[in-house]
Structures are given as C-alpha cells and as structure tokens.
Design a protein around this ligand. Sequence first.
Ligand code: F6P
Length: 508
Amino acid sequence: MNDTTQAAQAIWARLEALPKPRLTELFAADPGRTGKLAARLELSDGGMLFDWSKTHLDDAHLAAFVELAAAAGFAERRAALFAGDIVNPTEKRAADHTAQRGVGGTDAVHEAEAFHARMHGLVGAIHQGLFGEVRHLIHIGIGGSALGPALAVDALARDGAMVDVHVVSNIDGCALEAAFAACDPATTMVAVASKTFTTIETMTNAQSALSWLGQNGVADPYGKVVALTAAPDKAVEWGVDETRILPFAESVGGRYSLWSSIGFPVALALGWPDFAEMLDGAAAVDRHFLDSEGADNLPLRAAFADQYYTRLRGCQTRACFAYDERLALLPSYLQQLEMESNGKSVTAEGAPVSGPTAPITWGGVGTDAQHAVFQLLHQGTNLVPVDFIAAIAPGDELDPAHHRILLSNCFAQGAALMAGKQSADPARAYPGDRPSATILLDDLTPASFGALIAFHEHRTFANAVLMGINPFDQFGVELGKEIAKQIETGGAKFDASTEALLKAAGLG
Ligand code: F6P
C-alpha cells in the first residue's frame, strides 16, 4: 500500500467514526447551516443556487473530506486537467473539454477556437440559405454524440428553433423512421456525429438516411451531409465533402463533447450567440472549479456528499429529478456522464479500488416522478440521495399557478424527505432523515444550462479523483460490441442460452 492510499484510508477511518446525527439535528445544532452549505454562482444573466444543506455533511466531514482531497492529489490533478496534460493514462490522452469553453491549455484553446470558427461559418451559411431551404436536421449519433445535443435542444429550443432538430441514436429502425416521418426530405440536412466515425449504429443509420434522401427526390444526398468527428479522414473516406466536415480534437471525450462540433445541432437550432452563451456559462463553472478551494468549491463539495453516501451509507444509487419539463432528458445525460466515467473497478494505476465507485444514476421529471417512484424514496429500504433541479422563472406562459405548484412540490419533497412524519400506524410513518440537494436556477438560459452541465462534469471528475480512478476511458463498453460483431459475422460459438436465443430469433 503506498503512502497516498494509507493516508486516504486513515481519513476514511476517521470519517467512518464520526457521529451520524439526523439532518434535523444538524439544522438545530447550527443555525448558520444553510448559509454554509448553500451558495450562489453568478453568471452573466443571473445565477444559480447550490443548496447542499439537506445532506449529512457537517463541519467535521467537510474538514476530513478536504484532507482526503489533498491526500488524493486533487489540486495537482485539477491543474493537470486544465493544463491539457495526460489525465487519461490508459489512452495516453488529455481531456480537453474545458478548452472548448476557452479555459485550458493555450494550444488546446486555440485549436478549439479555430474549430469553432469553422463551425460558426457553416452554421451561418446554412442559416443564410447557402444550402437551399433547410427546415430540418436529422442528427445521427449515439452516446456522447447524441445525448448532449438531444438534451440541449430539448431544453433550450422549445420556444422556436431556427431549424427543427431530430436526434436519432438507436439502431432500431423505428427511431430513424420516426424522424423520417417528421421531416420533409427536400429541406432536410443530416448530421453524422461520431467521434470515431466507426460506430455501427451511427454509420448504419447514416447510410439509411442517405438512401431515404435519394429515394425521396434529393439528387445529391451526400451534399446534404455534415460530419461532426475527431476522425475527419474517415468521414472523407465515407464520402463527406471536406468543406462539410467539422472536426474536433481527439482529446475531447465523447461524453464531454457537447461543447465541440458535436454541439452543431444546438448552434443550428438556437443560433450562434446562444451556443456561445452556453459555452460561457460552462466557462464560469470552469473558473469557479479552478479557482475555489476546499468545500467552497461547489463541484468538489457535491463530490464530498456523493462519496459520503456511497461509501459511508452504502447507497448504491443516486437520483436526479428535474422539476422542469425542459430538462426531462437530464437524467439520461447524467447516466452516461457519471456511469461511463466512474463505473470502474480499478484505480488509474490499474489496482483494484478499495471501496465502491459510481452509484447508479437514475431519475426523472417532477412532478411526474412523485406519482410513480417517490413512494420508495420516502418509505423504501434503500437510502437514495436525491438532487432536485428547478428554475425560478417559468418556462411556460400559462397561468402562473402551473409554475407555483411545480416549485412548491419540488421544495415540499426535499422538506418531507428530511423531516419525515411519525405515525402510530407503521404503514403511514415516514422515517425521514433522507438527504437531498437542490440546484435552483434563476432561469433556464443557455448560460445556466451550460453551467449546470459543466458543474456535473467537474463533480464527476472530483469524484474520480477522490476514488483514485480514471474517469476518461470506457473499456467496459467494448466486450459487448465485439461479441455483437462476432454474431453478425457468424461462425462463432456461444453459451447454450445465447445459442438458443440466436436460434429462436433466426440468427443462429
Ligand atoms: O460505446 C461507448 C461510446 O464509445 C461512448 O463513449 C461514445 O460517446 C459513443 O460510444 C459514441 O461513439 P462515437 O462518437 O465514436 O460514435
């Protein structure tokens, strides 16, 4: 065991030995608790409040977690991330997503600016009609090449998009058919989004989209394609004209790529100024994460709570409920960000990890989820730390009662989870002492949206540092892909159950 691991284990032992008062006792013992654990982050057009006071973190925990961060080399790993050093040792790569927002190593920032200028030019040309009338974009990608664009467009373009965007990811043809049904081929462009430009789902869907265009009167289907990729040579080979390839750096990870040319549909739907504001909002969080120390660092503080619940309270899941219909896709986005990044069993050095890693991220939208899964949150035997996300300004123009009831319910749930309620009837008793955190945006804008996503990126990174793992590779997804390829190719033998399934489906 090396010195760092020994130091970390000693701190964990101290953390484990700390008393575990109830949340209500923590509030009673410290009248300044909300002021200490809820903080605002100011953005260009408003701000957002991060309230972690309804978690079990107290001064003693915070002090110990700050020591743990120091023992894990948090400051050094953060500096390495922003300097563009290799922070993904298994793939010998930097992780340059912050450089896309203008915060990072000089070379990476300049490269990102050049790629953005190219993308800005193409977006402008499409908006100006240089590609004829473009009313629809079918954006084809999967995982990190789809989840961010789908979330951002759904969150920010509801009031009227400049181009109607359909994100298609699933190889199941039903997904692509739904997009075809909603688009007029004569006024449709296709974005093929793939970092590697080899992903079978994306390339198959892209080919089918080209066929659909060709079969529906488009003379030059390839002329309608834009490629968003870190492998421009592969896009050229596939047939995309070099002028319509928007590259991004290999060092931008798929699930961190919304800020690169993978964000093309966002810029096309919202216009460049809003896309740039989204980048600026994320950059504000980058600067906060880089410049704030200890528990004042909001993503790091959130990671302290995450570690507390996973390791000290045995929580195997964490839930996120957006009390905002526009953020309905946020849990899916966070699932990839957190589970693909931190769902690992070995440290960055390849040794077995000493404790649990990422919990399962799940969630939904409020108030719908209250009428479906909140029963378990209030009375189930699993302890689930919950994040609530809401905006003070309504996204709708209906009777203000809608938004008032939405927010009241959001705050009521956090209060109820914490306070609980006694009853002589066990079926009607609520144990309470169930933690939650609340992120309250003044308004959901491109800037606050960018900040919200960047906050989660850095929270994920901070968790990885505290656990000693590399959040930037994802080898766990490869084996299934290999076996699917073997099935496609034929000839390989599998276990009896798989063989029987293949036979039943006519594939064996
Ligand atoms: O299979 C996982 C994964 O590699 C993700 O990490 C990535 O976001 C997704 O596939 C899509 O990859 P690509 O952008 O190369 O098509």
